[in-house]
Design a binder for this molecule. Structure first.
Ligand SMILES: Cc1ncc(COP(=O)(O)O)c(C=O)c1O
Length: 430
């Protein structure tokens, strides 16, 4: 295996940054999420420098859904990131860690009236709508609260992307955004409202996208649409929100693109129009989630059993689909390394599975590994995004803790849940 960006080898042992992985296992137990703070900083820094090379007013709003652990949110906030939130809960987290209201983008296809009230009361920097009914609701709430709303419209331009069908979001058979005709209608209506400042345009075409071409296509569509807004409604928008979706390398076959390549291909499409159809002081907003945190995280798990049924050799570990659902939900591949045997050749093929009572609870099938024994520690790679955030307590399993590593320092940033945590909201059973 070529060395993963968060790993180092010292004295023949595997380290995350400068911390011996087996020390983490001994101290915190398994399953255990580990996240590399320096990797997040590096990814943020690379995207920030690449984008600001093309446009100084770029705001990177971290998509909280990828991993909303407060210490991670705080780290990104400290680097200058804004927040992309899709629920009142994520908005609460952004406020809790001190993100300024104007660096918050609120998205979501089915926001409740109370979520809209929260977003409007906080005066988020951009509230993107996804239906005409939502626009009316926002107008009513804003009038009642006597607050001006910074409004944007998420448009569905019917852009195909090559990714898992559950994380492609920008085609006309998806629920997301407004079709172009309805979107145009939304802008016209919004301009009539005293409570609405019409400022933004938003596209988000999907997640784990591995080529820049769909982003180029979406940006070209966005510009053509904005040209029409300018020509017919004299509207000059100033918040151009290009969404997230930048992919990472899960398997060695995944060919990703660099932030430089993304910005070089996408940004000029927009910046060329700043000063004409877009306002001179326009802000370009990006909403990456997975790109920032995905490959900064691993999930450590202990082997409980090894057994064979028919031709299949099963490695049964103590993490399950409740800890990481991506393989079960999306058929996603996460590479696996045997931490205490990382330098041994792969001589066997195993299916690695968890303790959950579901046949979907399989991390990898027919996967090459060194000979595995009970007590070995496996690292499931690239679990920083959509790992803990999509986790559950299914089978009454407490969620795993998270430690953040920075150089030689280790911080427990989320404790292991207890059995009492699992039942803390239950009532009326005595
Ligand atoms: C509107 C919006 N923005 C940003 C993201 C983040 O996507 P990713 O983690 O692929 O960058 C998502 C993910 O679903 C999204 O729906």
């Amino acid at each position: 295996m070529s060395l993963h960006p968060i790993f180092n080898i010292k004295n023949g042992e595997l380290y995350v940054e400068n911390v011996r992985v087996m020390d983490l296992v001994e101290k915190y137990g398994t399953p255990l999420h580990v996240i590399s703070s320096n990797r997040i900083k590096q990814k943020y820094g690379e995207l920030y420098s690449a984008s600001t090379e093309y446009w100084k007013n770029t705001l990177i709003c971290y998509a909280y859904k990828a991993n909303p652990t407060l210490a991670i949110l705080k780290l990104l906030h400290g680097l200058g990131a804004g927040a992309e939130v899709v629920s009142a809960g994520e908005l609460y987290a952004a406020r809790l860690i001190g993100v300024k209201h104007d660096k918050i983008v609120f998205n979501g296809v089915s926001k409740s009236p109370s979520e809209l009230s929260d977003a409007i009361s906080v005066q988020v920097g951009l509230l993107n709508i996804e239906s005409l009914t939502e626009l009316k609701l926002i107008n009513d709430i804003a009038s009642k609260l006597n607050i001006q709303v910074n409004l944007g419209v998420r448009i569905n331009f019917d852009v195909p992307v090559r990714t898992h069908r559950y994380i492609s979001t920008g085609m006309k058979f998806h629920k997301f955004g407004l079709g172009v005709n309805e979107a145009f209608e939304a802008y016209k209506l919004a301009l009539k409202s005293k409570r609405i400042r019409v400022r933004g345009i938003h596209v988000h075409i999907g997640s784990q996208i591995l080529t820049v071409y769909p982003f180029v296509k979406a940006s070209n569509n966005l510009v053509s649409f904005a040209e029409k807004l300018y020509e017919t409604l004299k509207l000059r928008l100033d918040l151009i929100d290009l969404g997230g979706g930048l992919g990472i390398q899960y398997s060695l076959e995944d060919k990703t693109f660099s932030p430089q390549e993304y910005c070089k291909n996408v940004f000029p499409i927009i910046t060329e129009k700043i000063g004409t159809i877009f306002d001179d002081e326009s802000i370009i907003i990006l909403e990456p989630g997975r790109y920032l945190v995905g490959d900064a995280g691993i999930l450590l798990t202990r082997v409980n059993y090894v057994k064979q049924i028919g031709d299949i050799k099963w490695v049964l570990v103590d993490a399950g689909m409740n800890d990481l659902i991506r393989p079960a939900l999306y058929d996603a591949l996460h590479r696996i390394v045997v931490v205490n045997k990382f330098d041994l050749p792969s001589v066997e093929r195993y299916s690695v599975s968890g303790p959950i009572c579901e046949s979907a609870d399989v991390f990898v099938r027919d996967y090459p590994l060194p000979k595995v024994d009970i007590g070995d520690i496996l690292a499931i790679l690239d679990t920083g995004a959509y790992g803990i955030s999509m986790s559950s307590q299914y089978n009454c399993r407490p969620r795993a803790p998270i430690v953040m590593v920075e150089g030689e320092d280790v911080k427990l940033i989320r404790r292991r849940e207890t059995y009492a945590d699992i039942f803390m909201c239950d009532l009326n059973y005595r």
